[in-house]
Design a binder for this molecule. Structure first.
Ligand code: ZN
Length: 406
């Protein structure tokens, strides 16, 4: 019910009956409880279309908050969102780097506290912390198999440690999945029923999938790994153990490694030494700046990476019969303008179902913070919205009942 109200913006009790199929008595009871809990408020009456004007309901945005944290080796982003998923406060701090996990977790707990205090929000109104990091995930504890730069986090009970240090519940998810949720809650997704967020993080590539407003996670939260689609059977060995993966050919780490090997380009763009794993994200951003300044070698490397990403995106679009694909994540926050036209062109030309329906390709408007925002919305969903398929039709609901039509 809460999610239907959130998605609609404003809605009357009659609107809720139409949207959910529940009886008037049930709606009445649940709405009363939501108002008593401070989660929902009445905001006046809709214009009458004959008969009695209806009282409109909306979320009480400042009644609850959630913290979203994106942990990466290169940086940690924190956001505090209100109940509607709007960002109230955002800070960026140093990444995990090579520090030991317990020390990083203790620092994260302090930074979460200062985020909440700095925003002047009552800590009792904070529901919990959503934490995202580069996948893959293991179900209960945290990161099982980690990308090379985060290897010393393998099997560390991340969520439990942060929950104890910050004294708040913690939910953990894959960064790409969280980014998809962030796009969904920020309203970009609209009426699209089948949507993917293609995510390029500090070093890797992944996808978050949403079908009919519900995240599709697969059996263990690792669905949509287009970073590990094979694009060349004889290609380079990937850290996942396979050969010729998208990530091994076109991920930020692969692009940066090639750029560093080019002496002239490395000097011109100010790149780090060949084996510096901690500066991959920074060097990828530096390479993007060089391309924008007109360095044709830098642009060539990024455009080739974009072509690989475009083919992987088309593969995903064909398998899922997607309607919308959003490019997001920290690396696409800097290089998105180079990748977007390449991916769009590939899908315009060769998306399998293009004769039946178009596929919309967009660049996220909050690519850098999308995973952290998504992490916070993960808390809102987990705490407030039990996922039940079939009741969640935000797009159509919004168009069926604008604020003044009921
Ligand atoms: Zn791989």
């Amino acid at each position: 019910m809460l999610d239907v109200i959130r998605a609609a913006g404003t809605i009357s009790r009659v609107g809720l009956i139409q949207a959910t199929g529940f009886t008037g008595a049930t709606i009445s009871t649940v709405v009363r409880r939501l108002i008593d809990d401070g989660l929902v408020m009445e905001i006046g009456r809709a214009e009458s279309t004959g008969g009695k004007p209806r009282v409109l309901l909306r979320l009480n945005h400042t009644s609850r908050y959630a913290v979203g944290v994106q942990l990466d080796h290169a940086g940690i982003t924190y956001v505090l969102t209100d109940l509607a998923g709007s960002v109230v406060s955002r800070i960026a701090r140093a990444g995990a780097g090579t520090a030991e996990p317990p020390a990083v977790v203790a620092r994260m707990a302090r930074e979460v506290r200062s985020l909440i205090d700095g925003a002047g929000v009552d800590p009792d109104r904070v529901l919990g912390i959503g934490l995202v990091s580069p996948g893959p995930l293991t179900p209960a504890s945290g990161m099982g198999l980690t990308p090379p730069v985060m290897r010393h986090w393998e099997d560390f009970p991340l969520d439990q440690a942060l929950s104890e240090a910050a004294r708040l519940p913690v939910v953990l998810d894959n960064d790409a999945t969280a980014a998809a949720l962030g796009e969904h809650w920020s309203g970009v997704v609209g009426t699209s029923r089948t949507f993917a967020a293609v995510y390029m993080g500090g070093t890797g590539i992944g996808t978050g999938l949403m079908i009919d407003g519900v995240v599709y996670r697969g059996a263990s939260g690792n669905a949509g790994e287009i970073g590990h689609i094979c694009l060349d059977v004889a290609g380079p060995v990937c850290w996942c153990g396979a050969r010729g993966c998208t990530e091994a050919l076109a991920g930020p780490a692969a692009v940066v490694a090639e750029a560093r090997a080019d002496g002239r380009l490395a000097r011109a763009a100010g790149l780090a030494k060949a084996d510096d794993q901690q500066r991959i994200a920074a060097d990828f951003a530096a390479l993007t700046r060089a391309a924008r300044r007109g360095d044709s070698t830098a642009r060539g490397l990024l455009e080739r990476s974009a072509r690989y990403l475009a083919v992987a995106s088309r593969t995903l679009a064909n398998i899922m019969d997607l309607e919308l694909l959003v490019l997001t994540g920290p690396s696409l926050a800097s290089a998105g303008s180079i990748y977007l036209p390449v991916v769009r062109d590939e899908l315009d030309r060769s998306f399998f179902a293009r004769a039946t329906h178009p596929i919309d390709v967009q660049l996220s408007t909050s690519a850098a913070a999308a995973p952290a925002i998504g992490a916070a919305t993960l808390v809102l969903q987990t705490e407030l919205v039990p996922l039940r398929e079939g009741l969640r039709l935000p797009g159509r609901l919004g168009s069926r009942e604008p604020a003044s039509a009921n």
